[in-house]
Design a protein. Structure first.
Length: 263
């Protein structure tokens, strides 16, 4: 009983960290140094936000009120919850460090310098990609716990190498988070299917597939399946020589011939 109560307290704290982390993505802007590859860079940032929002949602961390009883099977142990809090804290620290570097960059730049100009998704993305960007952001924001967060000032990333390292580090940490709670994997897959239902018809879906292949394997698999790509197939036979009762699941098409050759 005491263990469950302690775990519940830990999950409440974890939910707060999760929501703060998702919110951090909303304050990041990209400098004009990214203008040439702005659509790819912005979508990488959006995809990263979508993945972490899915992880938290799969565990119920976005609920306004947590369930009366915390599932030990879902959250593992107190040690796992503590570890996940450390991982989320690391992500928040990465954002804080990137924001600090941004502030130093601004202080060194000349006043009015074009170096400090900002890309604006609303005006700098073509309509099809802007629609995809807005769809992803809406999915992620809707997965936040509905609470009155204090609005923060937006800040910008100006250097490509800093952005690349930030995305790589966050991607690795989110992968570690997912590995801590395997009980949420099936729910994450279902959430991916819901995401594909929203974004899968976008003209820019191929670009999203490319990015997902680097950052989000679950989304990549869901996009492939939603596009008629590889599917999971399983067939079992009882009896010898492929004869007898067949038990199987197929989400695609199977073509086969049974019996002796020539028959």
């Amino acid at each position: 009983m005491a263990e469950a109560a302690g775990l519940a307290v830990g999950v409440v704290a974890l939910a707060g960290l999760f929501n703060n982390t998702v919110e951090c993505f909303e304050y990041i802007q990209l400098g004009r140094a990214f203008e040439k590859d702005f659509k790819t860079t912005q979508l990488k940032l959006d995809s990263c936000e979508l993945r972490i929002s899915r992880w938290g949602s799969s565990l119920g961390l976005n609920r306004n009120t947590l369930p009366a009883e915390i599932s030990i099977d879902m959250f593992g142990s107190q040690s796992d919850v503590d570890h996940s809090m450390k991982l989320l804290t690391q992500i928040l620290e990465l954002f804080a460090e990137a924001e600090e570097v941004s502030a130093k960059f601004k202080s060194r730049a000349e006043s009015g310098s074009n170096e400090l100009a900002i890309c604006d998704p609303q005006s700098d993305l073509d309509p099809s990609l802007l629609n995809l960007h807005n769809q992803i952001r809406t999915l992620a924001i809707d997965r936040q716990k509905k609470a009155g967060f204090k609005r923060r000032a937006k800040w910008a990333l100006y250097e490509e190498k800093r952005f690349r390292r930030l995305i790589e580090d966050i991607t690795e940490l989110v992968g570690n988070l997912e590995g801590l709670f395997p009980a949420g994997t099936i729910i994450q897959q279902q959430l991916c299917e819901a995401e594909v239902a929203v974004v899968g018809k976008s003209e820019e879906v191929n670009l999203l597939k490319t990015i997902a292949a680097q950052q989000d394997k679950l989304l990549e698999a869901a996009l492939q399946t939603g596009d008629g790509g590889p599917t999971t197939q399983r067939v079992e036979f009882s009896g010898d020589r492929n004869e007898g009762f067949q038990l199987g699941f197929n989400s695609g098409t199977i073509s086969n011939t049974f019996g002796k050759s020539g028959q």
